[in-house]
Design a protein around this ligand. Structure first.
Ligand code: ADE
Length: 225
């Protein structure tokens, strides 16, 4: 999977993707992460990428030319998806994440502080994604959420350490409670069932706890099943 990220702050993307599990996934050629900075495509002598809005109003608007030219510089595969990160988009969820993991290439368009000139949407026609009903200062964190969650769906990313299938949401339920050593921490004890080595009892306990936790915290997930 190749991620091409259009961003005015490429180090934000590079830094995160150079650590831990994503670093290993890049080293193992499971994912490739490239950044393209629209500022490098600005035809303005001061490398301007934003300007005041026609019609007036507060703030600045990201200019169409640097973004569209930067986008058109990318080598686009015929199994690719172009995503614009914006609070106006469809809310990202686990199903979308699985669907996205089937593409060969995902191009991510990040704004910063201000809105996009509408002609960026008209020309590129991206699929617009929001990561929740709140507004961030830019699309970089949402893009990283998408890169991270999609990457962990790809075979080999998590290795033997973790299983994406056992995660919260992948079976439509929240994850059961987990414990590690010691057996007793400040009087809080590990449930006996996890200590007796009876795997079918352990599985039953975990399933019941998952359902209990989902009912209590996210009953909307059970209704959607
Ligand atoms: N850019 C700013 N806020 C955002 C959000 N909630 N989701 C996606 N992109 C954004």
């Amino acid at each position: 999977m190749r991620f091409d990220v259009l961003t005015l702050f490429p180090t934000m993307i590079d830094d995160y993707c150079s650590q831990s599990i994503l670093k290993r996934a890049r080293e193992n050629n499971i994912i490739e992460v490239n950044t393209i900075n629209p500022r490098n495509f600005s035809l303005d002598k001061h490398k301007k990428v934003d300007d005041t809005p026609y019609g007036g109003g507060a703030g600045m608007v990201l200019m169409a030319q640097p973004f569209v030219d930067a986008y058109e510089s990318i080598d686009i595969s015929n199994n690719s998806l172009t995503v614009m990160l914006t609070p106006q988009g469809k809310t990202f969820n686990e199903k979308m994440c699985v669907d996205f993991s089937n593409f060969e290439q995902i191009i991510l368009i990040c704004g910063h502080y201000e809105g996009f000139d509408e002609r960026i949407r008209d020309i590129i026609k991206p699929f617009e994604v929001s990561i929740g009903d709140f507004v961030l200062t830019g699309g970089e964190l949402p893009a990283l959420c998408l890169i991270d969650s999609v990457s962990r769906k790809l075979e080999g990313t998590l290795g033997k350490l973790l299983s994406a299938e056992e995660d919260s949401f992948s079976n439509g339920l929240l994850e059961y409670p987990q414990y590690t050593k010691p057996r007793d921490f400040r009087g809080y004890k590990v449930p006996d069932v996890l200590l007796n080595g009876n795997h079918s009892e352990i599985e039953k306990f975990r399933k019941e706890e998952s359902i209990k936790r989902t009912k209590l915290r996210r009953s909307d997930l059970l209704r959607n099943n």
